[in-house]
Design a protein around this ligand. Structure first.
Ligand SMILES: [Mn+2]
Length: 326
């Protein structure tokens, strides 16, 4: 059975503590468990103090056969940051990269660029290329942000049943307005809801956002913006969602297999619970002084609050949330 581990963001010490708490021990060059294996949900890089060590723990387990992994948006962003928008001309401006080298994007990626020399980072990027964007085990589904059968089918049509995230694939999923870009955004970054005209909310870095992340596993009819906000937060309008939005909305069915995701920076708690009977999130914001979390899946169809394990961020006193570099 599987232990599904949320966003690590360079917090290797907490990752080792979590693995040890779940009975994993290092031998033969990787952490292993006698009866279980791990699934990592991506977002190993950026923000935290020990990015290299976090990557090493994950990669050793994947290569040693004691874990599987899916990519997070921070890894695909790192690939896009290093990929010229054009296959034939060298980038000359910040926007000539698939992920523009803007001040905001550079600051989000800064810890990775500082901690890993360029040649070393290139090696990690080549490894990221080989990692899938989702895993379907039949009874359990794992993806970084959102399970969407239509988006996944579209990517398979575009790239084949299994692909490496080559520079051409990265360019295709960053070609603005393309179906591939839309599908990629959906599964790696989640479904968003545009806020009413004129309304903005600050994102964690303080940038004004005109959309919120949405509970993609719930119906929208009769709901307000605040009802669909993931996580719930102050300032989200409590007015009903517009009719055209409601009619175009599709959601993950309640009868579909359980899905475990990371990505959502949920407010830390010692008592995590599933978001729905068939959806759980294991991102409890370790990189903002929260907790690193895992869900221990034993084949159940209805997910249970009792299956979460968390460890607190070690650096939470050293590094209060508002001092963490964006
Ligand atoms: Mn993420």
């Amino acid at each position: 059975m599987y232990d599904v581990i949320g966003d690590v963001h360079g917090h290797a010490e907490e990752l080792v503590e979590l693995l040890e708490r779940m009975g994993y021990r290092r031998h033969g060059g990787a952490f292993r468990h006698a009866e279980r294996s791990a699934i990592f949900l991506g977002d190993w890089i950026d923000r935290g103090p020990e990015i290299r060590q976090a990557l090493q723990v994950v990669r050793e387990m994947v290569e040693g056969g004691s874990a599987r992994a899916v990519l997070g948006n921070h890894e695909t962003n790192a690939l896009a940051y290093a990929t010229p928008r054009s296959a034939s001309t060298m980038p000359r401006h910040p926007q000539d990269w698939c992920r523009p080298h803007s001040e905001r994007n550079a600051s989000i990626h800064a810890q990775t660029l500082q901690q890993l020399p360029a040649a070393e980072l290139a090696g990690w990027l080549d490894w990221f290329r080989t990692i899938p964007w989702w895993i379907d085990l039949g009874g359990l589904r794992c993806v970084h942000a959102c399970w969407d059968d239509g988006a996944m089918a579209g990517l398979v049509r575009a790239f084949g049943p299994k692909w490496d995230a080559t520079p051409d694939v990265i360019r295709a999923v960053h070609h603005r307005g393309s179906a591939e870009a839309e599908s990629f955004e959906l599964i790696l970054k989640g479904r968003e809801v545009a806020l009413p005209a004129g309304v903005t909310l600050p994102d964690p870095e303080g940038h004004a956002r005109r959309a919120i992340r949405a509970r993609w596993f719930e119906p929208a009819d009769g709901r307000t913006y605040a009802d669909l906000s993931l996580p719930a937060r102050d300032g989200v309008p409590t007015e009903p969602l517009p009719g055209d939005f409601v009619t175009s909305w599709t959601h993950y069915p309640a009868v579909a297999p359980p899905v475990i995701v990371g990505h959502y920076w949920l407010p830390p708690t010692e008592h995590p619970a599933p978001l729905a009977p068939n959806v759980a999130c294991v991102d409890y914001s370790v990189a903002r002084g929260g907790r690193l979390a895992a869900y221990r899946w034993d084949g159940e169809r209805a997910l249970s609050a009792e299956r979460f394990v968390t460890v607190p961020a070690r650096g939470s006193l050293r590094q209060p949330a508002d001092s963490i570099p964006a």
